[in-house]
Design a protein around this ligand. Structure first.
Ligand SMILES: Cc1cc2nc3c(=O)[nH]c(=O)nc-3n(C[C@H](O)[C@H](O)[C@H](O)COP(=O)(O)O)c2cc1C
Length: 184
């Protein structure tokens, strides 16, 4: 099976995007994939804001992107686009860091007015970084993601169904990807 990097691009400590991604990671793991979570907010700010390509956290993140077969990339919609911290990380990766990768773009947002942010904002960036196959993404309304007192996550049924569908399409696309990492 494939190795997947699951990148949450929210700066928020109580991020819905992050919780949603970690919830979806479980399904990928159950399908036999190895999932590596990466929360951009855990990367030191001085590395991201100082464009410190040699910072150990950036070197480590770069190695993770290079190592995996697939990437789930989730962002909150901020000002009609992706978050600034996600872009700060992408800016520090090599230009073609996504070459040969299968990518699933996901977003959470407060209004359906920005449902296309994945396609007009995020997708072109991923494409410019060489992604081999960017599968259909999904925008989830923040009000459709509820966190219980026990920390458990509930996703509104229609959103959950759509997310399952795009996740399974991603998983299937990964199955068609030649696994090159095994050579290492
Ligand atoms: C600074 C800021 C800007 C936002 N801008 C938008 C926006 O332009 N469009 C939108 O649909 N939602 C916007 N939102 C709402 C968030 O995208 C939404 O609540 C999201 O689920 C937050 O994800 P998080 O908890 O992972 O940070 C904004 C929220 C913040 C804090």
């Amino acid at each position: 099976m494939a190795t997947v990097l699951s990148v949450s691009g929210s700066p928020s400590a109580s991020s819905r995007t992050n919780r949603l991604l970690r919830h979806l990671d479980n399904r990928l793991t159950a399908q036999g994939h190895e999932v590596i979570p990466l929360d951009v907010r855990t990367i030191p700010a001085e590395a991201l804001l100082g464009a410190d390509f040699r910072h150990p956290a950036i070197v480590e993140a770069t190695a993770l992107f290079a190592r995996v077969d697939g990437i789930v990339i989730g962002t909150p919609v901020y000002k009609a686009a992706y978050s600034g911290v996600l872009k700060a990380l992408l800016d520090l990766l090599p230009q073609y860091a996504l070459t040969g990768k299968t990518v699933l773009p996901l977003a959470t947002g407060g209004t359906t007015a920005h449902v296309l942010a994945i396609d007009y904002a995020l997708r072109p960036v991923l494409s410019s970084m060489g992604a081999r196959h960017i599968v259909q993404g999904w925008f989830t309304l923040d009000k459709d993601i509820a966190v219980g007192e026990d920390g458990g996550l509930t996703v509104a049924p229609a959103a959950a169904e759509a997310l399952t569908q795009v996740l399974d399409q991603f998983s299937e696309a990964l199955g068609r990807t030649p696994i090159l990492a095994a050579a290492g």
